[in-house]
Design a protein around this ligand. Sequence first.
Ligand code: MTE
Length: 298
Amino acid sequence: MKLRWSDVTPRPAYLGRRAFMAAGAAMLAAPAFGLQGRPSPHSTDEALNSFEEITNYNNFYEFGFGKEDPARHAHALTTDPWSVEIDGLVERPGSYGVEDLAPENALEERIYRLRCVEAWSMVIPWLGVPLSGALERAGVRSGAKFVRFETLYRPAEMRGQNARLLAFPYVEGLRLDEAMHPLTILATGLYDQPMPNQNGAPIRLVVPWKYGFKSIKSVVRITLTDRQPVSTWEALQPREYGFYANVNPQVDHPRWSQATERRIGAGLFGGRQDTPMFNGYGDQVAALYSGMDLAKHY
Ligand code: MTE
């Protein structure tokens, strides 16, 4: 299946009215702003969430606790200039520009389901590149087994960092084979536009078969290491947020069920839908975990 969002839904139908007008205005004012992503066979053809939903219902604790805080406060973040330090077990450690890691002419559109550990979900048309390509640019050295990611720490612009809602900077990690998997991307945009700040501008990770908290935003450091990283949520509460965090309807969160999810925008009476194993990406990723007890390595 090779679908772009424009094939799936006519533009006014999926963009909320405000977002549609804003997008229209942006196009008139700055036609060069529109990005083009190549269609990908990895995209789903499920109904997309609107631009408004995707940019107004967020988790980004650096800007506050509430779902509307990121939309309200993330404009304070300076995203240009930006660089990503790649270090640890790599041949070419150093500072990489966003354009080096995800050149505009290499962007693919990846329409993925996003399943939050809080049991809500969306369908988002990301623009990005496979993380594997970026890691290959830096040259992964033998001995590297894991990848550690870090978000920007800049309390002057990220007001939630002052409130110490979490231990910042936000840290996440993947096993190297998970990081090299073709579904794992570095995203720099969505809906054919540069990444909105509240969604993790200018560059973020997206790992669609894992709970959303693994998809770390506004990345400034990527470290190749032989040690399993301890992620922010895991450090806070290891029984609730494991290192793997694969979407798994059979392993409940200690405080709620993971069997079903609420699709944002499905309507007040849209009800809940079943959560599939690995968020529906099992055909592509189950082999990564063969022989592992997923109730133990949650
Ligand atoms: N990355 C950082 N740096 N800080 C965060 O608070 N929240 C995570 C993840 N990445 C978070 C983060 C969680 S819990 C989810 S569900 C997704 O971002 C939400 O992504 P979205 O707001 O773009 O939908």
